[in-house]
Design a protein around this ligand. Structure first.
Ligand code: ARG
Ligand code: GLU
Length: 689
């Protein structure tokens, strides 16, 4: 009796789903979350995570390049990030003789590490709430414009007293919670960052766009860099005299592995979220913007795919373009579906009804109506802008014409640009896309939201096809030899080039008729949202609000967990080498693994080699490359994606569907050792076990 009751209890705890954890918390304020984190298995203190007085985990995290995160993993400045984050650098060093994208790259000594001018990593030195200082001199009687001036002047005084370009110190003041609070972020930026290792793309990009945003996933999405400093460990431009950077802190690596329910912490720089906007914005995103952009991209992707499948050379030319188009395309599908599934518009409306009641007798009365009216005014212009971005400006010939024109105008040579363009240009794709994109632009927008030029040209040619044929027949920009001969003296002549003329007509309309309206109304929406954010915090005084993502450093915590994407399917959270072998197919580009990996597998004993895992951390674009840590702050993985069914987490987090995807650190070690034979790198890492 007693025994079966105990068993019942055990079963009960196993069945109660662990709630996933929404939130991207500011490291400085992590003390407000630490009790919850520890209740969920974390053994760290707030000071372990973020401290200005002593080295803490934050000192091993960097913002990598423009849009990713990275982590320091050795006392000699060794750095991990994603393969897709280092892709540009790996590509830059690749030539036909040394195709590092295809074959991978492994420095076998420090002397072989490759410099990357322009690439930087930024360490967060400190962050601080400076709201009072930034608003010094502000009076409630001031206009919004006057408030902005006060904020800008005070911020400049603050940052100028700290910035020190010679020492790589740069500070920024960021308005968080829709600029209800201001935080000062001080960064130290290192600019000698060398490429150390990268797996072949058939590992680092395994699954390609077929598996992108998907589970089960088997991508070895990592690359390895090293930070260099001058003799005093200070930031310096590349020099052969620079030495490996000595970090304040680097991550210890755990090889113990993960299992369902284990605590996970992602420490990185998520880009943009909008968790506190009204139902108006969610409805526009989920019901208008996403579906329309998806439809436009589907057309483009179909055209690209048709030609890519017919010709291997075209497939190579368009693989990177195709990846770019399809990345957001797939994300938006998950977002629109996810918002509809969890009825985000309805639940926001229900919240807004309660809010409205509360606001009846306070200063926020009418605020929601004001916001709705602003969106109503803005949306048609914003929609036209999105159409322009997804149609006219995706015609490659027009974009090329504008870039060449600008380059000539600046008196710079056009040969490199021209070579690069034609290397990856297949005119039949562009011609077919021209008709499809201009057709959609024509059909979906009303006359008031199209430039006069558009109707004029259509009337003149009678059809999209005739218009297209003339543009491609007469434009100089389809002819590489002719473009290479262009000089500044040709500029007046280019004004009449049909591709340049077309680019210019639409662009001027965009800049004159759309942009100013969208930006004016956008500013008003931001201001209204500032009040709405403040109001939400007053309405729910006991809720712990995290600020929307804005590329600043954040902590997300959760646990390793699978999910149920649809009826009768459950995805378990750990993938293995076995799955790579199941997918392996020499005839399918995305699934064609290197022969060495097949050979290693054939040796036996590697079936259970872990590759990727799922967890419930709240992440977004920009979290790529982020360290994934266990309860003791040891490195267990590298974040690189989310599952598509959960991408609405940028607007609304759903614990049942939102999962981040990480590379299991043990797969990185496996690849470095067995594929790269770069064991010298393992020697400088510290392992927990
Ligand atoms: N979905 C990931 C992100 O948003 C990976 C993108 C790169 N990979 C790709 N197959 N396109 O960045
Ligand atoms: N791959 C994304 C990035 O580059 C991360 C995926 C996401 O949006 O969560 O940041």
């Amino acid at each position: 009796m007693k025994k079966s009751f105990l068993l019942f209890l055990v079963l009960l705890t196993a069945l109660v789903p662990v709630r996933a954890d929404e939130g991207m918390w500011l490291p400085l304020l992590i003390s407000s979350r630490i009790a919850d984190m520890r209740a969920k298995g974390c053994r760290l203190t707030a000071e372990d995570i973020y401290s200005v007085n002593q080295a803490s985990l934050k000192d091993a995290v960097v913002r990598f390049g423009g849009g990713c995160t990275g982590e320091v993993v050795s006392p000699d400045g060794l750095l991990f990030t994603n393969h897709h984050c280092g892709y540009g650098q790996i590509q830059q060093h690749s030539t036909v003789e040394h195709d590092y994208l295809k074959d991978g790259f492994w420095a076998m000594s420090r002397a072989e590490e490759l410099p990357n001018p322009g690439l930087t990593v930024s360490f967060l030195q400190s962050m601080e709430d400076v709201t009072e200082r930034v608003l010094k001199g502000y009076k409630p009687s001031m206009t919004n414009g006057q408030r902005d001036s006060v904020v800008q002047a005070n911020s400049r005084i603050l940052t100028e007293s700290i910035n020190n370009p010679a020492k790589g110190i740069r500070s920024t003041v960021e308005g968080l919670y829709y600029a209800n609070q201001y935080f000062l972020f001080v960064y130290k930026i290192y600019s000698d960052v060398r490429l150390v290792g990268a797996p072949p793309s058939s590992i680092g990009k395994f699954g390609g766009d077929t598996d992108n945003w998907m589970w089960p996933r088997h991508t070895g999405d990592f690359s390895i860099f090293r930070i260099y400093a001058d003799k005093n460990n200070e930031p310096a431009e590349y020099s052969k005299d620079n030495v490996p950077y000595k970090p304040k802190r680097y991550f210890t690596i755990s090889r113990k592995g993960v299992k369902e329910g284990d605590f996970t912490l992602v420490y990185g720089c998520p880009g943009t979220t909008k968790e506190y906007v009204t139902s108006d914005e969610v409805r526009y995103t989920g019901e208008v913007s996403d579906p329309e952009k998806i439809a436009l991209r589907t057309m483009r992707l179909d055209i690209q795919k048709k030609y890519m499948s017919q010709d291997q050379a075209v497939r190579i030319q368009y693989s990177s373009k195709n990846a770019n188009v399809s990345n957001a395309w797939k994300k938006w599908q998950g977002e629109a579906k996810g918002l509809a599934r969890r009825k985000t518009v309805e639940s926001k409306q229900e919240f807004e009804a309660r809010f409205r009641k509360w606001a009846e007798n306070n200063e926020y009365k009418g605020l929601l109506e004001e916001i709705s009216a602003l969106y109503e005014q803005r949306n048609p212009y914003f929609r036209a802008q999105e159409y322009y971005n997804e149609t006219v400006s995706t015609i490659e010939l027009l974009a090329f014409a504008s870039r060449i024109y600008a380059t000539l105008e600046q008196g710079r040579p056009v040969d490199a640009l021209t070579e690069a363009f034609f290397k990856d240009y297949y005119q039949p794709i562009d011609e077919e896309a021209f008709v499809a994109m201009m057709g959609a632009f024509d059909k979906q927008l009303s006359a008031d939201f199209k430039p006069a030029y558009h109707a004029q040209k259509l009337a003149q040619y009678g059809s999209l096809e005739a218009w297209r044929n003339d543009v491609f027949a007469r434009s100089v920009f389809t002819d590489k030899a002719k473009v290479l001969k262009l000089t500044k003296a040709d500029l007046p002549k280019l004004e009449a080039d049909p591709a340049y003329e077309m680019y210019k007509a639409y662009n001027q309309w965009y800049r004159k008729d759309l942009q100013p309206v969208v930006s004016r109304l956008g500013q008003q929406i931001s201001l209204a949202n500032r009040r709405y954010m403040k109001a939400q915090m007053e309405f729910e005084p006991n809720k712990d609000f995290y600020p929307d993502a804005n590329r600043t450093l954040r902590v997300s915590y959760g646990q390793v967990a699978g999910y149920k994407p649809s009826d009768a399917i459950y995805y378990s959270p750990v993938s293995t080498l076995q799955g790579i072998i199941e997918k392996d197919n020499p005839d399918i580009f995305d699934y064609n693994i290197p022969q060495t990996l097949r050979d290693i597998y054939a040796e036996g004993g590697h079936d259970d080699q872990p590759v990727c895992f799922l967890a419930t951390n709240h992440t977004s674009g920009g979290n790529s490359g982020s360290p994934v840590l266990n309860a003791d702050g040891q490195l267990i993985g590298i974040n690189f994606d989310r599952v598509w069914e959960g991408t609405m987490s940028d607007l609304a987090f759903d614990p049942d569907f939102c999962r981040n995807i990480s590379l299991d650190i043990r797969y990185l070690l496996f690849v470095v050792e067995k594929i790269g034979h770069a064991n010298w790198l393992l020697d400088e890492m510290t392992f927990a076990d």
